[in-house]
Design a protein around this ligand. Structure first.
Ligand code: 13P
Ligand code: SF4
Length: 297
């Protein structure tokens, strides 16, 4: 299977990009493995004719928006993000009516239609830098309320308005103070994703995007409890074999697990399933994504 995938990639001048939560069998044949920001930046830079995005739909849409003249496919089109579905264009427009002077920051975990209404997008790697980069004192921010609260704590001189008020990821809100206690009993430090609840974040040693976890877990403790989707710990174990990484077995993103290695091979062979978005939506969303990329991490 691996040989077939490598041959197909060469034949089609294709690149395979995978998110850190993808199954290890997918990560091992990917050309790029990263967090949402890293995938967006690498998609912007690629010279491949075909991009196969192994992740959830908003990630493939972002790659397409940054590459309108290249073919972008996602092996399983049903791989969505329940957090992204919690923000609608109507919610943003309603918030803009209530707060006409506010800037609109839309998390990359969102639909292309919502990004098209944003002044700027952000990821968990750069939410704080994005908020700081804005002139406005008031910021409409969605859909993740825990990430919004994290940015608010880091940038207290601005007012962040979460939309919807309770947007969340079920994988990350599954982490509790009981997990913190269990991690401490094991003698580990805690690295925590900013989508986790604020009271859990407060107890963490490091708060980071999944890409930040790859960098930060290289230093400091020999043992880390990894408070995010469980595949992240598998990736860290491969990267840092001398260290110990504890995962939470129940922390599984079902959508991230929909893509198998067979699906990836089929996607390369048949060039399926192509991401297609309306031109005007892509043009408006691209401005917001490019503005974010210019801010950096
Ligand atoms: P990262 O950008 O940190 O990889 O997060 C994406 C995501 O979906 C978190 O659940
Ligand atoms: Fe969406 Fe949560 Fe899955 Fe990330 S882990 S893709 S936020 S459902």
């Amino acid at each position: 299977m691996e040989k077939e995938i490598i041959a197909l990639k060469r034949e089609k001048n294709a690149t395979v990009m995978a998110h850190n939560y993808q199954k290890m069998e997918i990560q091992s044949v990917a050309d790029v493995v990263g967090d949402s920001l890293e995938l967006a930046v690498r998609a912007q830079e690629t010279t491949a004719d075909l991009i196969v995005l192994c992740g959830v739909r908003f990630m493939a849409e972002t790659a397409k928006i940054l590459n309108t003249d290249r073919k972008v496919v996602i092996p399983v089109p049903e791989a969505g993000c329940p957090l992204a579905d919690q923000l609608t264009p109507e919610t943003i427009l309603e918030a803009k009516r209530k707060h006409p002077n506010a800037a609109v920051v839309v998390y990359i975990n969102s639909t292309a239609e919502c990004k098209a209404l944003a002044d700027i997008t952000c990821t968990s790697a750069n939410a704080v830098a994005v908020v700081r980069s804005l002139d406005e004192g008031e910021i409409i921010f969605g859909p993740d309320a825990n990430l919004a609260a994290y940015a608010q704590r880091q940038v207290p001189d601005k007012t962040i308005i979460p939309v919807p008020p309770d947007g969340h990821c079920y994988v990350h809100t599954g982490f509790t103070l009981a997990d913190v206690e269990a991690a401490r009993r094991k003698g580990s430090l805690i690295v925590c994703h900013p989508e986790c609840p604020p009271e859990v974040q407060e107890q963490a040693d490091i708060i980071a995007s999944t890409g930040g976890m790859v960098r930060d877990a290289a230093v400091g403790s020999e043992a880390w409890s990894v408070f995010t989707e469980r595949e992240m710990a598998s990736r860290l174990r491969v990267l840092y074999p001398g260290r110990v990484f504890y995962e939470k077995p129940e922390a599984v993103c079902e959508d991230m697990k929909k893509i198998s290695i067979e699906d990836l091979r089929r996607a390369l062979e048949r060039e399926e399933y192509e991401v297609v978005l309306p031109e005007d939506v892509m043009n408006r969303a691209r401005r917001a994504i490019e503005r974010m990329i210019a801010v950096g991490a």
